[in-house]
Design a protein around this ligand. Sequence first.
Ligand code: SF4
Ligand code: SF4
Length: 375
Amino acid sequence: MPDSTAFARSNDALTNEKLAHLADLVKTWGRELGFQQVGITDTELSTHEAHLDAWLENGYHGEMGFMAKHGTKRTRPAELEPGTQRIISVRMDYLPAEVESTKVLGQPSRAYVSRYALGRDYHKLMRKRLALLAKKIEQEVGRFGYRAFVDSAPVMERALAQKAGLGWFGKNAMLLNPKAGSLFFLGELYTDLPLPIDAPFEQEHCGSCSACRTACPTGAIVDDKVVDSRKCISYLTIELHGAIPVEFRRAMGNRIYGCDDCQLVCPFTRFTRITQEDDFAPRHDLDRTTLISLFAWGEAEFLDKTAGSPIRRIGYEHWLRNIAIGLGNAPWSQAVEAALWARRAYPSALVREHVSWALEEQQLKRGDRIATDMT
Ligand code: SF4
Ligand code: SF4
Protein backbone atom coordinates (compact mmCIF):
# COMPACT_ATOMS: atom_id res chain seq x y z
CA MET A 1 0.00 0.00 0.00
CA PRO A 2 1.50 3.39 -0.95
CA ASP A 3 2.30 5.85 1.84
CA SER A 4 2.05 8.81 -0.54
CA THR A 5 0.20 10.00 -3.65
CA ALA A 6 0.48 13.09 -5.82
CA PHE A 7 -0.64 16.41 -4.33
CA ALA A 8 -2.56 19.34 -5.80
CA ARG A 9 -6.02 17.91 -6.26
CA SER A 10 -8.97 20.17 -6.81
CA ASN A 11 -10.92 20.40 -3.59
CA ASP A 12 -13.71 22.50 -5.04
CA ALA A 13 -16.31 19.80 -4.55
CA LEU A 14 -15.69 19.62 -0.81
CA THR A 15 -17.97 21.92 1.14
CA ASN A 16 -17.07 23.07 4.63
CA GLU A 17 -19.74 20.78 5.96
CA LYS A 18 -18.28 17.79 4.16
CA LEU A 19 -14.76 18.65 5.37
CA ALA A 20 -15.95 18.97 8.98
CA HIS A 21 -17.60 15.56 8.73
CA LEU A 22 -14.43 14.14 7.18
CA ALA A 23 -12.30 15.53 10.03
CA ASP A 24 -14.54 13.69 12.52
CA LEU A 25 -14.25 10.50 10.50
CA VAL A 26 -10.46 10.82 10.33
CA LYS A 27 -10.33 10.88 14.13
CA THR A 28 -12.62 7.89 14.48
CA TRP A 29 -10.70 5.88 11.86
CA GLY A 30 -7.40 6.88 13.44
CA ARG A 31 -8.47 5.46 16.79
CA GLU A 32 -9.79 2.30 15.11
CA LEU A 33 -6.38 1.89 13.49
CA GLY A 34 -4.64 1.94 16.87
CA PHE A 35 -3.65 5.58 17.28
CA GLN A 36 -4.55 6.90 20.70
CA GLN A 37 -5.07 10.43 19.46
CA VAL A 38 -5.44 12.27 16.17
CA GLY A 39 -5.35 16.03 15.60
CA ILE A 40 -5.31 18.29 12.56
CA THR A 41 -3.31 21.46 12.07
CA ASP A 42 -2.14 23.86 9.37
CA THR A 43 1.36 24.56 8.11
CA GLU A 44 2.17 27.71 10.10
CA LEU A 45 5.25 27.04 12.25
CA SER A 46 7.04 30.40 12.35
CA THR A 47 7.50 30.45 16.16
CA HIS A 48 8.98 26.97 16.07
CA GLU A 49 11.19 27.98 13.15
CA ALA A 50 12.76 30.67 15.32
CA HIS A 51 13.38 28.14 18.13
CA LEU A 52 14.94 25.68 15.71
CA ASP A 53 17.21 28.37 14.24
CA ALA A 54 18.44 29.37 17.71
CA TRP A 55 19.03 25.70 18.62
CA LEU A 56 21.04 25.13 15.46
CA GLU A 57 23.03 28.34 15.90
CA ASN A 58 24.08 27.11 19.34
CA GLY A 59 25.34 23.91 17.76
CA TYR A 60 23.07 21.82 19.98
CA HIS A 61 22.46 19.39 17.13
CA GLY A 62 26.06 18.16 17.31
CA GLU A 63 26.83 15.81 14.42
CA MET A 64 23.20 15.61 13.31
CA GLY A 65 23.84 17.55 10.13
CA PHE A 66 20.47 16.42 8.79
CA MET A 67 18.81 18.78 11.28
CA ALA A 68 20.32 21.79 9.49
CA LYS A 69 20.62 20.47 5.97
CA HIS A 70 17.03 20.85 4.82
CA GLY A 71 16.72 24.58 5.52
CA THR A 72 13.14 25.74 5.86
CA LYS A 73 11.68 22.51 4.48
CA ARG A 74 11.47 21.30 8.06
CA THR A 75 9.51 24.27 9.34
CA ARG A 76 7.47 24.98 6.21
CA PRO A 77 5.62 21.79 5.31
CA ALA A 78 4.51 23.10 1.91
CA GLU A 79 8.18 23.51 0.92
CA LEU A 80 8.80 19.86 1.71
CA GLU A 81 5.64 18.68 -0.02
CA PRO A 82 4.18 21.36 -2.32
CA GLY A 83 0.43 21.57 -2.03
CA THR A 84 0.30 20.62 1.64
CA GLN A 85 -2.54 22.39 3.38
CA ARG A 86 -3.02 20.35 6.54
CA ILE A 87 -1.16 17.90 8.70
CA ILE A 88 -2.95 15.06 10.40
CA SER A 89 -0.87 14.36 13.51
CA VAL A 90 -1.20 11.04 15.35
CA ARG A 91 0.27 9.50 18.45
CA MET A 92 0.66 5.87 19.50
CA ASP A 93 1.61 4.59 22.98
CA TYR A 94 4.62 2.29 23.03
CA LEU A 95 5.35 1.17 26.58
CA PRO A 96 5.02 -2.62 26.85
CA ALA A 97 3.49 -4.26 29.91
CA GLU A 98 5.62 -5.41 32.86
CA VAL A 99 8.70 -3.41 32.02
CA GLU A 100 10.60 -2.31 35.11
CA SER A 101 12.55 0.71 34.01
CA THR A 102 13.70 2.28 37.26
CA LYS A 103 14.65 -1.11 38.69
CA VAL A 104 16.93 -1.88 35.74
CA LEU A 105 18.54 1.55 35.98
CA GLY A 106 19.29 0.73 39.62
CA GLN A 107 20.98 -2.57 38.72
CA PRO A 108 24.27 -1.55 37.07
CA SER A 109 25.14 -5.02 35.82
CA ARG A 110 22.00 -4.98 33.67
CA ALA A 111 21.65 -3.11 30.39
CA TYR A 112 19.20 -0.27 29.98
CA VAL A 113 17.69 0.11 26.51
CA SER A 114 15.35 3.02 25.89
CA ARG A 115 11.81 1.75 26.21
CA TYR A 116 10.83 2.72 22.70
CA ALA A 117 13.47 0.39 21.24
CA LEU A 118 12.70 -2.86 23.08
CA GLY A 119 10.58 -4.37 20.34
CA ARG A 120 10.19 -4.16 16.59
CA ASP A 121 10.86 -0.96 14.69
CA TYR A 122 7.88 1.36 14.94
CA HIS A 123 8.48 3.21 11.65
CA LYS A 124 7.04 0.48 9.44
CA LEU A 125 4.03 -0.19 11.64
CA MET A 126 3.11 3.48 12.00
CA ARG A 127 3.58 4.23 8.30
CA LYS A 128 1.40 1.27 7.37
CA ARG A 129 -1.36 2.50 9.69
CA LEU A 130 -1.09 6.00 8.25
CA ALA A 131 -1.39 4.54 4.75
CA LEU A 132 -4.53 2.68 5.87
CA LEU A 133 -5.92 5.93 7.22
CA ALA A 134 -5.23 7.59 3.87
CA LYS A 135 -6.96 4.71 2.11
CA LYS A 136 -10.10 5.25 4.18
CA ILE A 137 -10.05 8.96 3.36
CA GLU A 138 -9.68 8.14 -0.31
CA GLN A 139 -12.67 5.82 -0.17
CA GLU A 140 -14.68 8.72 1.25
CA VAL A 141 -13.57 11.61 -0.99
CA GLY A 142 -11.75 10.09 -3.92
CA ARG A 143 -8.10 10.60 -4.81
CA PHE A 144 -6.29 13.19 -2.77
CA GLY A 145 -2.67 14.13 -2.14
CA TYR A 146 -0.92 12.78 0.94
CA ARG A 147 2.39 11.65 2.27
CA ALA A 148 3.00 9.76 5.48
CA PHE A 149 5.93 10.54 7.78
CA VAL A 150 7.24 8.75 10.82
CA ASP A 151 10.45 10.27 12.08
CA SER A 152 11.82 9.85 8.56
CA ALA A 153 12.05 13.25 6.90
CA PRO A 154 12.54 16.87 7.92
CA VAL A 155 9.30 17.17 9.85
CA MET A 156 8.70 19.17 13.05
CA GLU A 157 6.71 16.36 14.58
CA ARG A 158 6.42 17.65 18.15
CA ALA A 159 5.60 21.18 17.03
CA LEU A 160 2.92 19.89 14.69
CA ALA A 161 1.51 17.66 17.42
CA GLN A 162 1.35 20.59 19.85
CA LYS A 163 -0.42 22.68 17.24
CA ALA A 164 -2.81 19.82 16.53
CA GLY A 165 -3.78 19.71 20.22
CA LEU A 166 -1.96 16.52 21.25
CA GLY A 167 0.07 17.98 24.12
CA TRP A 168 2.50 20.62 25.29
CA PHE A 169 6.28 20.91 25.21
CA GLY A 170 7.60 19.83 28.59
CA LYS A 171 10.76 21.31 30.06
CA ASN A 172 12.47 18.13 28.84
CA ALA A 173 11.50 19.16 25.27
CA MET A 174 9.27 16.10 24.91
CA LEU A 175 5.64 16.37 23.94
CA LEU A 176 3.56 15.73 27.04
CA ASN A 177 -0.06 14.79 27.23
CA PRO A 178 -1.82 15.28 30.57
CA LYS A 179 -3.58 11.92 30.31
CA ALA A 180 -0.84 9.87 28.69
CA GLY A 181 2.59 11.23 29.65
CA SER A 182 5.17 11.21 26.87
CA LEU A 183 5.99 7.58 26.06
CA PHE A 184 4.37 7.57 22.63
CA PHE A 185 5.40 7.79 18.99
CA LEU A 186 4.28 10.55 16.68
CA GLY A 187 3.45 10.33 13.00
CA GLU A 188 2.06 12.68 10.36
CA LEU A 189 0.00 12.60 7.24
CA TYR A 190 0.64 15.68 5.12
CA THR A 191 -2.35 16.33 2.90
CA ASP A 192 -3.78 18.75 0.36
CA LEU A 193 -7.24 18.49 1.90
CA PRO A 194 -8.29 21.79 3.57
CA LEU A 195 -9.69 20.07 6.66
CA PRO A 196 -10.82 22.17 9.64
CA ILE A 197 -8.02 22.44 12.18
CA ASP A 198 -7.98 21.68 15.90
CA ALA A 199 -7.10 24.11 18.66
CA PRO A 200 -3.45 23.96 19.69
CA PHE A 201 -2.58 22.66 23.14
CA GLU A 202 -1.82 25.98 24.81
CA GLN A 203 -1.79 25.18 28.49
CA GLU A 204 1.61 24.10 29.81
CA HIS A 205 1.29 21.96 32.93
CA CYS A 206 4.92 21.79 34.06
CA GLY A 207 4.42 24.64 36.52
CA SER A 208 7.26 24.89 39.05
CA CYS A 209 8.35 21.28 38.47
CA SER A 210 11.85 20.80 37.12
CA ALA A 211 12.34 17.13 37.95
CA CYS A 212 13.54 16.30 34.45
CA ARG A 213 16.25 18.93 34.51
CA THR A 214 17.47 17.76 37.92
CA ALA A 215 17.40 14.09 36.94
CA CYS A 216 19.26 14.37 33.64
CA PRO A 217 22.51 12.46 34.28
CA THR A 218 24.61 14.64 31.97
CA GLY A 219 23.01 18.08 32.42
CA ALA A 220 21.82 18.04 28.82
CA ILE A 221 18.66 20.07 29.46
CA VAL A 222 20.39 23.43 29.33
CA ASP A 223 17.23 25.52 29.55
CA ASP A 224 13.52 24.87 29.75
CA LYS A 225 12.58 22.90 26.60
CA VAL A 226 16.15 23.07 25.30
CA VAL A 227 18.32 19.96 25.07
CA ASP A 228 21.95 20.20 24.05
CA SER A 229 22.16 16.95 22.10
CA ARG A 230 25.93 16.86 22.44
CA LYS A 231 25.43 16.08 26.13
CA CYS A 232 22.36 13.88 25.79
CA ILE A 233 22.84 10.14 26.28
CA SER A 234 20.33 9.38 23.52
CA TYR A 235 22.49 11.30 21.08
CA LEU A 236 25.75 9.92 22.46
CA THR A 237 24.65 6.30 22.21
CA ILE A 238 22.66 6.49 18.95
CA GLU A 239 23.71 9.43 16.78
CA LEU A 240 27.36 10.04 17.63
CA HIS A 241 29.76 8.22 15.33
CA GLY A 242 33.09 8.55 17.10
CA ALA A 243 34.29 8.22 20.66
CA ILE A 244 31.94 9.12 23.46
CA PRO A 245 33.55 12.01 25.37
CA VAL A 246 35.13 10.71 28.57
CA GLU A 247 33.40 13.38 30.66
CA PHE A 248 30.01 11.70 30.05
CA ARG A 249 30.98 8.06 30.36
CA ARG A 250 30.48 7.57 34.08
CA ALA A 251 27.19 9.48 33.97
CA MET A 252 25.90 7.11 31.31
CA GLY A 253 25.75 4.30 33.85
CA ASN A 254 24.19 1.23 32.23
CA ARG A 255 22.30 3.14 29.50
CA ILE A 256 23.53 1.45 26.32
CA TYR A 257 20.91 2.62 23.82
CA GLY A 258 19.08 5.86 24.44
CA CYS A 259 17.96 7.27 27.76
CA ASP A 260 14.56 7.84 29.33
CA ASP A 261 15.45 9.46 32.65
CA CYS A 262 13.86 12.82 31.90
CA GLN A 263 10.62 11.02 31.08
CA LEU A 264 10.71 8.44 33.85
CA VAL A 265 10.88 11.11 36.56
CA CYS A 266 8.14 13.19 35.01
CA PRO A 267 4.99 13.15 37.16
CA PHE A 268 2.88 12.77 34.03
CA THR A 269 4.58 9.48 33.15
CA ARG A 270 2.36 7.77 35.72
CA PHE A 271 -0.48 8.27 33.26
CA THR A 272 1.29 6.24 30.59
CA ARG A 273 -0.98 3.72 28.92
CA ILE A 274 0.38 0.28 28.14
CA THR A 275 0.62 -0.41 24.42
CA GLN A 276 -1.72 -2.89 22.76
CA GLU A 277 0.73 -3.48 19.91
CA ASP A 278 2.47 -6.87 19.98
CA ASP A 279 5.28 -5.40 17.87
CA PHE A 280 6.46 -3.28 20.76
CA ALA A 281 6.85 -6.20 23.20
CA PRO A 282 10.49 -6.67 24.33
CA ARG A 283 12.58 -9.05 22.26
CA HIS A 284 15.55 -11.09 23.49
CA ASP A 285 14.96 -9.91 27.09
CA LEU A 286 16.22 -6.46 26.13
CA ASP A 287 14.23 -4.98 28.99
CA ARG A 288 16.18 -6.86 31.64
CA THR A 289 19.22 -8.68 30.33
CA THR A 290 22.80 -8.24 31.52
CA LEU A 291 25.56 -6.18 29.96
CA ILE A 292 27.82 -9.22 29.88
CA SER A 293 25.36 -11.29 27.85
CA LEU A 294 24.84 -8.53 25.29
CA PHE A 295 28.58 -7.89 25.04
CA ALA A 296 29.04 -11.55 24.16
CA TRP A 297 26.88 -11.27 21.02
CA GLY A 298 28.98 -11.73 17.89
CA GLU A 299 28.30 -9.53 14.89
CA ALA A 300 26.16 -12.15 13.14
CA GLU A 301 24.13 -12.60 16.32
CA PHE A 302 23.73 -8.81 16.65
CA LEU A 303 22.47 -8.57 13.07
CA ASP A 304 20.14 -11.48 13.55
CA LYS A 305 18.70 -10.37 16.88
CA THR A 306 18.28 -6.73 15.92
CA ALA A 307 16.68 -7.45 12.52
CA GLY A 308 13.54 -5.30 12.40
CA SER A 309 14.61 -3.38 15.51
CA PRO A 310 15.52 0.32 15.68
CA ILE A 311 18.74 -0.72 17.45
CA ARG A 312 20.20 -2.19 14.30
CA ARG A 313 20.92 1.16 12.72
CA ILE A 314 23.71 2.01 15.16
CA GLY A 315 25.70 -1.00 13.93
CA TYR A 316 27.73 -3.54 15.82
CA GLU A 317 30.76 -1.33 16.47
CA HIS A 318 28.72 1.30 18.29
CA TRP A 319 26.80 -1.42 20.08
CA LEU A 320 30.09 -2.72 21.55
CA ARG A 321 31.29 0.85 22.24
CA ASN A 322 28.17 1.59 24.27
CA ILE A 323 28.17 -1.67 26.20
CA ALA A 324 31.87 -1.28 27.02
CA ILE A 325 31.00 1.93 28.84
CA GLY A 326 28.21 0.16 30.71
CA LEU A 327 30.67 -2.55 31.77
CA GLY A 328 33.16 0.08 32.93
CA ASN A 329 30.39 1.45 35.13
CA ALA A 330 29.28 -1.96 36.42
CA PRO A 331 30.35 -3.16 39.87
CA TRP A 332 33.72 -4.89 39.77
CA SER A 333 33.67 -8.62 39.15
CA GLN A 334 35.98 -11.13 37.55
CA ALA A 335 33.28 -11.88 35.00
CA VAL A 336 33.08 -8.22 33.91
CA GLU A 337 36.84 -7.97 33.61
CA ALA A 338 36.96 -11.22 31.63
CA ALA A 339 34.25 -9.99 29.25
CA LEU A 340 36.24 -6.81 28.63
CA TRP A 341 39.53 -8.65 28.19
CA ALA A 342 37.87 -10.84 25.58
CA ARG A 343 37.35 -7.69 23.47
CA ARG A 344 40.71 -6.12 24.27
CA ALA A 345 42.10 -6.86 20.80
CA TYR A 346 38.90 -6.26 18.84
CA PRO A 347 39.75 -4.98 15.32
CA SER A 348 38.03 -1.60 15.78
CA ALA A 349 40.22 1.07 17.43
CA LEU A 350 37.05 2.79 18.63
CA VAL A 351 35.92 -0.32 20.51
CA ARG A 352 39.42 -0.99 21.86
CA GLU A 353 39.67 2.51 23.30
CA HIS A 354 36.34 2.16 25.10
CA VAL A 355 37.29 -1.29 26.36
CA SER A 356 40.57 0.12 27.71
CA TRP A 357 38.70 2.87 29.49
CA ALA A 358 36.27 0.33 30.96
CA LEU A 359 39.11 -1.91 32.13
CA GLU A 360 40.77 1.02 33.86
CA GLU A 361 37.48 1.77 35.61
CA GLN A 362 37.15 -1.84 36.65
CA GLN A 363 40.72 -1.94 37.91
CA LEU A 364 40.13 1.19 39.98
CA LYS A 365 37.12 -0.50 41.56
CA ARG A 366 39.08 -3.69 42.15
CA GLY A 367 41.77 -1.62 43.88
CA ASP A 368 39.16 0.06 46.05
CA ARG A 369 37.71 -3.30 46.95
CA ILE A 370 41.09 -4.75 47.97
CA ALA A 371 41.76 -1.65 50.06
CA THR A 372 38.37 -1.99 51.78
CA ASP A 373 38.93 -5.72 52.43
CA MET A 374 42.28 -4.97 54.07
CA THR A 375 40.92 -2.39 56.50
S1 SF4 B 1 17.35 11.62 27.39
FE1 SF4 B 1 18.64 11.39 29.23
S2 SF4 B 1 20.51 12.52 28.78
FE2 SF4 B 1 18.97 13.19 27.27
S3 SF4 B 1 18.01 14.99 28.17
FE3 SF4 B 1 16.78 13.24 28.82
S4 SF4 B 1 17.64 12.62 30.81
FE4 SF4 B 1 19.13 13.95 29.80
S1 SF4 C 1 9.44 16.47 34.84
FE1 SF4 C 1 8.25 18.25 35.45
S2 SF4 C 1 9.22 19.96 34.32
FE2 SF4 C 1 9.91 18.07 33.37
S3 SF4 C 1 8.51 17.75 31.67
FE3 SF4 C 1 7.69 16.61 33.44
S4 SF4 C 1 6.28 18.04 34.45
FE4 SF4 C 1 7.54 19.23 33.04
